[in-house]
Ligand binder design. Sequence first.
Ligand code: PRP
Ligand code: ZN
Length: 296
Amino acid sequence: MTSTGRLRIAVQKSGRLAELSLALIRRCGLRFARDQDHLACSGENLPVDLILVRDDDIPALLADGTCDAGIAGLNLFEEHRLANPDGATFDVCRPLDFGVCRLAVAVPEDAAVESLHRLNGCRVATSYPGLTRRYFERHGIEIAIVTMSGAVELAPRLGKADAVCDLVSTGVTLKAHGLRELETVFASQAAFAVTRRELATGQRELIEKLARRMDGVLRVNGSKYIMLHAPRSALASIRRLLPGAESPTVLPLDGESGRVAVHAVCSESVFWETLENLKGAGASALLVLPIEKMLP
Ligand code: PRP
Ligand code: ZN
């Protein structure tokens, strides 16, 4: 717990995860103002401060208790864990469904390397020595790791390494540097993690409340509420067409004994094709509504 008694949540200051992390926290009902120095945001309706830092620093900030919770890539949390095997330092609570990327091995486009085993005895440049070493060891391939904190993709051209093991999201960076992806070492995405250092009861409860709200936000991602009218006789086929709906509500329609209203939460996207198929099955008065919040 921090001396102010306010919860400190570390998020990326700028980069792939920054905006989406703040958007998620906003959707959890936290209102905050950006401080003038742009290094922190104070929660206006809950005792929470957002600390804006480099994502690479977030695992260590949770491990030493400087911050209580944070959002960063699973790749960073796992790398930190590998580098600090003795420290029970933070728990990764939940993946967050954004910032999807992978740590991948790549070689120069023209290199005669068709499989990972051809890299035996080679030098691999990476910012993730722990994850990289573990992967090659598991495959029984001996490599020399060249640790770099950035610009890893330049290493082959500089003659520093024969291959790289770097994060790939769209693949644009690899392509721009004439590199060809060989194999995925670690599949990653943004995750919410909490320090294992002691927290006051109120703080732990607040973190749990935020985590539950995150679950609620994740649950509605892509979900829709669908309403339609249908002949009672078409109910079975209509239920089959509703994407990811468990048990729709079926209501009588006043003065129309053969027809009903169907309301359902669809956990998958509702495409135009789905609506056209429902119409084809006899549905009418179709409405698709966004869902803002959902609690089980
Ligand atoms: C990663 C990686 C590449 C880029 C790949 O950096 O180091 O530079 O993203 O993305 P692309 O496949 O979409 O081109 P990261 O986002 O982790 O930024 P950082 O290294 O500055 O923290
Ligand atoms: Zn980073």
